[in-house]
Design a protein around this ligand. Structure first.
Ligand SMILES: [Mg+2]
Length: 389
């Protein structure tokens, strides 16, 4: 096997590709209730809606993918209804009959079939990595360069808006040794009220690292006024304080802030990451599949942000175990991931759609180790969550 002739190698490749053609792509909308309400500056949810994809290869291997949204087309422009329609009509048809292993060529085809539609394209590529990995008996992380870590320190978001409830929730997470770092969502109360809530939480959780996410809810003036208070409270990171597009204003507050600014909604594409970094509007970048539009692009986004000197944070959009596993497949291969990740989505759902392969233990999320994305589907939970009609 060590001295393969070119013709032997070509035969091996032919064998590898045989049976790995994409036979079908099925999409379904699911609505999963959450354990508590989750508030952002511009929306509030008590259930999460996703598009779940089921890809079948010619050899019978099945792959699953997921597109997440947050409260309809608000966090970004895609809704589950639009995602399903665009996958069915535009993204899936050109892939039928193609080899699932041609990841880059398939991604180029879907990018040509629809502009942006990042959540939809990301879900499709996740399902292809899952199907190909399951067919080969290899983890998707190996197909993405190989894992450099099996577990990642994982943060929990506090976002009900009620400080007493949030303190109780955080203490339960600490006691269970699941989370010791927390993200507090700001921007849905007037800032002074948010400061009182935040002060109460910080004082009740000594020794815990706290990140704040404003989800674009502040103006430059509000940020100038309140960032010193956040610094006094020991907040370690502030995420997306202003609207995307306010790059210069964000750079001005970053210049006077003692806390690093994390870029989330302001940068989806590579050029947007470069623009945020070169304007000095953010020194940490939040990685999300729904922003990058695929696992390969997510990995490239990490490289671009890093090349611009930004540190990396693994973000999430409250995915089920399927979407969390897709992120972990990429995150586990990144040489550096300075800020750890979130990916608590499976824990905020009353019922996750996977069979518990993703473990939360000793303040870390453990990447599942099986073939493909490493998770299996709880078919009963999927049937129950599937939207009727
Ligand atoms: Mg965010």
């Amino acid at each position: 096997m060590h001295d393969l002739k070119p013709q032997d190698s070509a035969a091996l490749l032919r064998d590898l590709r045989a049976g790995r053609e994409i036979r079908s792509v099925e999409t379904m909308i699911v609505d999963c209730p959450t354990t508590r309400r989750h508030r952002l500056s511009n929306t509030e949810i008590n259930h999460q809606s996703y598009v779940i994809l089921r890809v079948v290869l010619a050899d019978g291997a099945v792959g699953w993918g997921e597109a997440a949204t947050l409260g309809g087309p608000r966090w970004a422009e895609e809704s589950v209804e639009a995602i399903k329609a665009n996958i069915d009509a535009y993204l899936a048809p050109p892939l039928i009959g193609r080899c699932a292993l041609d990841f880059e060529a398939n991604a180029a085809l879907t990018a040509k079939a629809a502009s942006r539609n990042n959540a939809a394209r990301g879900a499709l590529e996740a399902a292809l990595f899952d199907a190909a990995g399951k067919s080969l008996g290899l983890p998707a992380s190996l197909l993405l360069g190989g894992a450099v870590r099996e577990k990642i320190e994982v943060l929990w978001a506090l976002a009900s808006g009620d400080a007493d409830q949030e303190i109780e929730e955080a203490k339960a997470k600490l006691a269970a040794r699941e989370h010791r770092r927390f993200k507090i969502k700001l921007g849905f109360h007037p800032p002074a009220e948010d400061m009182a809530r935040l002060t109460k939480i910080v004082e009740a959780l000594p020794g815990c690292e706290i990140v704040c996410d404003v989800n674009q809810g502040w103006s430059e003036a509000t940020a100038i006024r309140y960032l010193p208070r956040l610094a006094e409270l020991g907040i370690v990171l502030i995420e997306q304080p202003l609207r995307p597009g306010l790059t210069e204003a964000t750079a001005r507050i970053a210049a006077r802030s003692a806390i690093p600014i994390m870029t989330d909604e302001a940068a989806f594409s590579g050029p947007e990451i470069v623009a945020a970094a070169t304007a000095a509007a953010g020194s940490v970048y939040s990685l999300k599949l729904v922003k990058s539009g695929g696992l390969l692009e997510l990995k490239r986004a990490a490289g671009i942000a890093q090349a611009c000197g930004m540190e990396l944070y693994g973000g999430c959009l409250l995915e089920t175990g399927i979407g969390a596993a897709a992120h972990l497949a990429v995150f586990s291969t990144l040489p550096r991931l300075e800020w750890g990740c979130e990916h608590f989505g499976p824990k905020i759902l009353k019922t996750d759609l996977t069979n518990g392969e993703i473990l939360f233990k000793d303040f870390h999320i453990h990447a599942p180790q099986g073939p493909g994305l490493g998770v299996t589907i709880d078919e009963e939970a999927l049937r129950a969550a599937r939207r009727k009609g």
